[in-house]
Design a protein around this ligand. Structure first.
Ligand SMILES: Cc1cc2nc3c(=O)[nH]c(=O)nc-3n(C[C@H](O)[C@H](O)[C@H](O)COP(=O)(O)O)c2cc1C
Length: 350
């Protein structure tokens, strides 16, 4: 399943089961980003030596989705990239999942990030097509079930994760340490990761990769309005908040006027997604925040890792910085575990 990358001359700083199986140079997976992980963004990650996942739900119909896959294939010159297959809680929203998978397989995609309950049948279809699946979830129990159901790897996301982290309140590192006691398949951890020192820490923990989203939102290859990205680049970690807690399906987003409006509605008793009308739809954020730079309108997925993003720069530059930080942290760890000095080193001579 591993494939050679464009510039194999650049040696990897870390080799793990995930870098091997996903054919990537660095232990970084960039999770699917609704509306934003299009062909250009995904291809930029391939160039940077990482893997990102295109989100089929972002496209207006199957033909547009297939066209995006073809664009990505052309941009990546045949190197592997991924597709995100999210099964929603709402059964009617999953009608197209089999078609998304079939089209991806037809177009040569073999790496999938799956999300949602009962992924077993999806794993079977992916494996029948020669692909592999990393299943993203927020509970250790779900990770173990996914492993039993045939997941090739698991990504556990903590409460810090941008988007829909689930109702779990544990951090990525707590979940990761707990999972590693019981899980056999390779593990990625995600949520709140935006500095390379956290990548080294995840590898030291025993994880095979990290899964990141928010840290890349200010990258040049993200198509969102420049004004929006500049606003994000100025935000501290605290500007991320959990919206729609009352629904039981919280959404980690940029704290803005729309969040405040949903809280007013919650105070008046709103507690189902329907109660929030257009405010709870992703399209509002796409049309205002992403398209026009109006960061106050819409629920805009974003986690505290935004505190690490302070410039608009290409994905490659971000990844290079992350990996330099990770290597520095690994060297520090090594220096700390240096053998003790010889017994007579401290002896004083008189
Ligand atoms: C803007 C944005 C959109 C996202 N959309 C999706 C999505 O459509 N499907 C999905 O599985 N995860 C989605 N996520 C979650 C990411 O794939 C990833 O799990 C998360 O960003 C990792 O946590 P971090 O944001 O703290 O790095 C989204 C995250 C962000 C920030």
């Amino acid at each position: 399943m591993t494939s050679p990358r464009a510039d194999d001359s650049a040696s990897p700083s870390f080799r793990t089961r995930i870098t091997e199986r996903f054919g990537i140079r660095h232990p970084i997976l960039a999770g699917g980003l609704m509306w934003l992980s299009d062909a250009r963004y995904v291809a930029a990650h391939v160039d940077a030596g990482t893997m990102a996942f295109l989100t089929p739900r972002s496209f207006d119909g199957l033909a547009a989705y297939r066209a995006a896959l073809r664009d990505c294939k052309a941009l990546t010159r045949g190197l592997p990239f991924g597709v995100n297959l999210t099964q929603s809680r709402r059964a009617d929203a999953n009608r197209l999942v089999p078609a998304w998978l079939d089209i991806a397989l037809e177009e040569g995609v073999r790496h999938f990030e799956t999300v949602g309950a009962s992924p077993g049948p999806l794993f079977e279809r992916i494996h029948a097509g020669g692909g592999l699946a990393i299943h993203k979830c927020a509970f250790v129990e779900h990770a173990l079930k996914a492993e039993q159901a045939g997941a090739d790897a698991v990504a556990l996301v903590g409460a810090e994760a941008g988007g829909h982290p689930g109702t779990n309140e544990l951090s990525a590192f707590t979940l990761g340490a707990l999972a590693l006691e019981r899980l056999r398949v390779p593990l990625a951890i995600g949520g709140g990761i935006g500095d390379g020192r956290q990548i080294a820490a995840a590898l030291a923990l025993g994880a095979d990769a990290v899964l990141m989203g928010t840290r890349f939102l200010t990258c040049e290859e993200v198509w969102a309005h420049d004004g929006y990205k500049r606003y994000l680049a100025a935000q501290p970690a605290q500007s991320s908040t959990l919206a729609l807690r009352s629904t039981g399906h919280p959404w980690r987003v940029l704290d803005n006027a729309t969040v405040r409006e949903t809280r007013r509605l919650e105070a008046d008793g709103a507690h189902r997604y329907e109660d929030f009308g257009a405010l709870a739809t992703g399209k509002l954020g796409r049309d205002h925040g992403y398209r026009h730079g109006d960061w106050d309108t819409g629920l805009l997925s974003m986690g505290p890792a935004i505190g690490f993003a302070n410039a608009i720069e290409p994905v490659t530059a971000t990844v290079e910085r992350l990996m330099a930080q990770a290597s520095g942290a690994a060297r520090r760890l090594q220096s700390l575990s240096a053998p003790p000095p010889p017994a007579n080193a401290n002896a004083t001579t008189t």
